[in-house]
Design a protein around this ligand. Structure first.
Ligand code: KIV
Ligand code: ZN
Length: 513
């Protein structure tokens, strides 16, 4: 609630732009749409949907989000260049609430080594960029990249000029995660004091986490007067990531007595959104991560458990249900119909087309034959697998694998591509999975190095589904893949194939015959 002494902080989510820049986190269009819908339900004010000039895929994603998403402002990123700004506008124009975000580096290191520009030229470029964006839309954000390492006098000049040119939000990035909280506080406080037109803009902050300070720096900026925080779900992003949305939002909510500021985030959607982003990017959330980690509300020590039983607030500063942990998980089974599944899918926050729901229902029936009780985690896995499979070039038809101690594996793999089947037999490899992976490489003619491989069970019990995540390197880039099945070999095969499909989608899949 916003009262005179309870400021409303704008939440600008950049999961689909800065978050997607995490190595291996690239998402396809269907995945981005699903995340965008989830962000709206979460109540974020601004969705930075991508960097439209970066690639045709980025452009298409921003344009589709702008066309379909309602309820949040849709923003496209642009450098201070005409072509970038024009392309960003082309992508966001269909959104009822749209924003163009232009950026230009201002620190001495960037001016000298990257841009080779003097201070006057930087100011002129920034002003031209903001003016061009302003010619298209009212809502324009300007970011002096690497602001945290920019000389404060020059930063004040750039910010003043950008506001005069029409910037309605001025964002202060700590691009390399270098600042300390008290420094960030000083920068924002100085801008508030010294920039004469600062009241005409919303000051924003965008912190990277290289020294683990992103959330602390963002909060320090709010304390000093910032009115917008840029952040990502699960804190994903370049290198060590960005400010984590769930942490910063819950800090403001839980310590409202201290910050006297709050957001419009529907906190009960934090956990489902975190799980969705982790699922589609393949970036797992560490167990002890604040708010959304598996252990975030687990009390192990006897003394804590005793205190909790007597009075929860002895050891609990937030209620798990307030961030989306369900009290009970609804269980579906083989007699549950399409309507019950559809209802559960909606409650879990997914938006499936009728065709996608049909496909998930088919998989649900197959699973219900193998497994007595189907939990929310199983349903999320089926839905996310369906979303990830949209537009995939290669699909698994069947596999056969026989092996034993001291024996060569014997594998036969059948894949389908546009209705045509391809078979490979393999008698080499370090076990059956290696042989299957070699067979996939042979059929798809995609050569990769497996960098990481994880198996875990989605729910409890011997009949639980296995989820496999792989990370493959191809031509110097990382691609993640995920597969789910009650059969862990099949789950591994699907995960490897999912990553190969991502490579193919990037135009690197070699088999063109
Ligand atoms: O980290 C950064 O400086 C950015 C800008 C584009 C805002 O991501
Ligand atoms: Zn950034």
């Amino acid at each position: 609630m916003t009262t005179p002494d309870n400021r409303r902080i704008v939440i600008f989510d950049t999961t689909l732009r800065d978050g997607e820049q995490s190595p291996g986190a690239s998402m396809n269009l269907a995945e981005k749409m699903e995340v965008a819908h989830a962000l709206v339900e979460l109540g974020v004010d601004v969705i930075e949907a991508g960097f439209p000039i970066a690639s045709p895929g980025d452009f298409e994603a921003v344009r589709e989000i702008a066309r379909q998403v309602r309820g949040s402002t849709v923003c496209g990123l642009a450098r201070c260049r005409e072509a970038d700004i024009d392309r960003a506008w082309e992508a966001v124009q269909h959104a009822p609430q749209r924003r163009i975000h232009v950026f230009l580096a201002t620190s001495a290191i960037h001016r000298e080594h990257k841009l080779r520009m003097g201070k006057d030229e930087i100011i002129q470029r920034a002003v031209e960029g903001v003016r061009r964006a302003k010619g298209y839309c009212d809502d324009v954000e300007f970011s002096p990249e690497d602001a945290a390492r920019t000389e404060i006098d020059f930063l004040c000049q750039v910010v003043e000029a950008a506001i005069d040119a029409g910037a309605t939000t001025v964002n202060i990035p700590d691009t390399v995660g270098y600042a300390m909280p008290s420094e960030m506080h000083r920068v924002i406080a100085t801008l508030c004091q010294r920039v004469p037109n600062i009241h005409r803009t919303i000051l924003s902050v965008h912190c990277h986490n290289d020294l683990g300070m992103a959330v602390a720096n963002s909060l320090a900026a709010v304390e000093a007067g910032a009115g917008q925080i840029e952040c990502t779900i699960n804190g994903i992003g370049e290198r060590a990531g960005n400010c984590s949305l769930e942490e910063v939002v819950m800090a403001l909510r839980t310590r409202n007595d201290f910050y006297r500021a709050d957001t419009h985030i529907v906190t009960q959607r934090l956990l489902p959104t975190s799980r969705l982003v982790s699922g589609v990017t393949g970036i797992q959330v560490q167990r002890n991560k604040a708010i959304v980690g598996q252990n975030a509300f687990a009390h192990e020590a006897g003394i804590h458990q005793d205190g909790m039983l007597k009075e929860r607030t002895t050891y609990e500063i937030m209620r798990p249900e307030d961030v989306g942990y369900a009290q009970t998980e609804l269980v579906l089974g083989k007699h549950s119909g399409r309507a019950a599944l559809a209802d559960r899918v909606r409650t879990l926050g997914y938006h499936l087309s009728p065709e996608q729901l049909d496909a998930v229902f088919e998989e649900f029936k197959i699973l219900a034959d193998k497994k007595k009780e189907i939990y929310d985690g199983d349903i999320s896995a089926l839905v996310e697998q369906e979303i990830m499979a949209v537009g995939e070039l290669w699909s698994l038809v069947s596999y056969y694998a026989a092996t034993g101690t001291g024996r060569e594996p014997d594998v036969e793999l059948v894949l389908r591509r546009r209705g045509e089947t391809f078979t490979a037999k393999m008698n080499t490899g370090d076990g059956p999975l290696d042989a299957i992976f070699l067979a996939i490489e042979q059929i798809t003619q995609t050569h990769v190095t497996c960098k990481d491989f994880h198996v875990h069970s989605i729910t409890m019990g011997k009949d639980a589904q296995a989820e496999v995540q792989v990370e493959l390197e191809h031509e110097g880039r990382l691609f993640r893949g995920r597969g789910v099945s009650t059969d862990s070999v099949e789950a591994s095969t699907k995960a490897f194939l999912n990553a190969v499909n991502r490579i193919a989608a990037m135009g690197n899949g070699k088999r063109r015959d």
